[in-house]
Design a protein around this ligand. Structure first.
Ligand code: GAR
Length: 210
């Protein structure tokens, strides 16, 4: 028969993602599921600041290691840069992570941290603007459209360069809950594909025109 030679050392190393999340983790779940069969990308770490967060159950369910952050170490220690390097993390994905990313972590992972925000930045961003608060402000201002923004992370809240936006209508009679549901659908539809494009240059970002 044919001789087949295998060169395991040539096999490409997977891109490793760490997802930082503080809450329910619906985005984290979508991303984990999207890449679960991928030969190129793996979600290899979940990082969380809240021991009660739903995202930790998701991590356990999918057998993904999780780190619960110690506040002192995160803000005044090494910001877990050693642990993230040890895990060979290539991209840090914030998915409903509510702590500010310390300057040291931004520096060590320069250009390798992205965030999703549930509005069309630069509007409705900044400190205190997360989850429900964002949708309440959008509705109170009488906006006709909202959407999602995926952007690079720098030392300021919701400030780094935009990567991707998608829009949705804000209908009359909209409540923060109905708007949150629509925004979550947009997030779930796009975040994994944008991550995949960042790591593998699939062209998704440039081909997606609102
Ligand atoms: C998402 O809608 C995300 O955009 C938002 O928190 C939610 C987390 O939901 N992030 C922010 O508001 C950041 N300022 P999830 O835990 O179900 O993924």
């Amino acid at each position: 028969g044919k001789l087949i030679k295998v060169y395991p050392e040539i096999k490409h190393a997977k891109h490793c993602i760490a997802i930082f999340a503080s809450g329910a983790g619906s985005n984290a779940k979508k991303i984990i599921e999207y890449f679960s069969q991928s030969p190129n990308i793996s979600v290899s770490l979940i990082v969380c600041n809240n021991a009660e967060a739903g995202v930790l159950k998701i991590a356990a369910h999918y057998h993904i290691p999780a780190i619960i952050l110690d506040k002192e170490k995160f803000f005044r220690g090494n910001c877990y840069t050693d642990e993230l390097k040890e895990a060979q993390i290539d991209l840090i994905v914030l998915a409903g992570f509510l702590w500010k990313i310390p300057a040291l972590l931004v520096k060590v992972f320069a250009g390798k941290i992205i965030n999703i925000h549930p509005a069309l930045l630069p509007k409705y961003g900044g400190k205190g603007m997360y989850g429900r608060h964002v949708h309440e402000a959008v509705i109170a201002a009488g906006e006709k459209v909202s959407g999602i923004t995926i952007h690079y992370v720098d030392e300021l809240y919701d400030h780094g360069k935009n990567i991707f936006q998608a829009v949705c209508h804000v209908s009359s009679g909209e409540t923060p809950d109905t708007l949150a549901a629509r925004i979550h659908m947009l997030e779930h539809a796009h975040y994994s594909k944008v991550i995949e494009d960042i790591l593998l240059n699939t062209g998704y970002i440039t081909h997606h025109i609102n």
